[in-house]
Design a protein around this ligand. Structure first.
Ligand code: SAM
Length: 227
């Protein structure tokens, strides 16, 4: 099957049949060549219905999860969006197509460099990839109209709430390291917070000072004390 056909089938079977219907999200995912975001030996498997390894014990997220999280952000096109967990840059590319500007944070320098180069090669000029621990966000560019966290957090980091605009939305997986709930956090025009959950999901951990790194350090995990 050609990559175009595999992509169309992915959108139909994995995304539309699971009730993602935002036409802008569907159009962008139908167009972006996902195979360019997975390591060469896995390119023929880029459209399968699960995450794929991208090295450094990290993954490119399942296509459905990218579609679902992007739909929950309710992007209209003029937003400044903070993404935490660049990974392969695939979700970053989807965001770059649907909003004005994307600041994307990645803690693993090699992944950040590869994703940044890939996004530049593909012509995305509205993305800035920054190497840092993103568990505390990136206050220098705040506030953000939207925040998306693509790694699992033990809680909703309060620093991220501080960096969300009034009227903004954040999507974040929250829970245990093994399984999380996909949460959508809304901040209204008065700054009041409401949260909704959208079912279970499984992400790699958000490792950092304000997420799993902090908890592990309290428990004396020497490996993550470096964070
Ligand atoms: N959305 C990505 C894609 O489409 O390829 C997949 C992201 S992957 C599931 C999660 C990413 O979050 C990993 O690349 C990981 O290194 C990164 N990450 C984990 N903790 C982080 C932190 N504190 N700050 C920044 N990035 C972090």
């Amino acid at each position: 099957m050609s990559e175009e056909n595999a992509r169309a089938e992915m959108v139909r079977k994995q995304i539309i049949e699971r009730q993602v219907h935002d036409s802008r999200v569907l159009e962008v995912i139908s167009r972006i060549p996902r195979e360019l975001f997975v390591p060469e030996p896995l390119r023929s498997r880029a459209y399968e219905d699960h995450p794929q390894p991208i090295g450094h014990n990290q993954t490119i997220s399942q296509p459905y999860m990218v579609a679902c999280m992007t739909e929950l952000l309710q992007l209209a096109g003029d937003e400044k969006t903070l993404e935490i967990g660049t990974g392969s840059g695939y979700q970053t590319a989807v965001l770059a197509e649907l909003c004005k500007r994307v600041i994307s944070l990645e803690r693993i320098p090699e992944l950040a460099e590869e994703a940044n180069q890939r996004l530049l090669d593909m012509g995305y000029c509205n993305v800035r990839v920054i190497v840092c621990d993103g568990s505390g966000g990136y206050p220098q560019e705040s506030p953000y109209d939207r925040i998306i966290v693509t790694a699992a957090s033990p809680h909703i980091p309060s620093l991220l709430l501080d960096q969300l605009s009034n009227g903004g939305r954040m999507v974040i997986p929250v829970g245990e390291e093994t399984v999380q709930m996909l949460m959508c956090v809304e901040k209204n025009e008065s700054g009041e917070i409401t949260t909704h959950d959208y079912g279970q999901c499984v992400f790699v951990p958000l490792v950092g000072k304000y997420a799993w790194g902090a908890l592990r350090n309290k428990e004396g995990d020497s490996e993550t004390k470096k964070d």
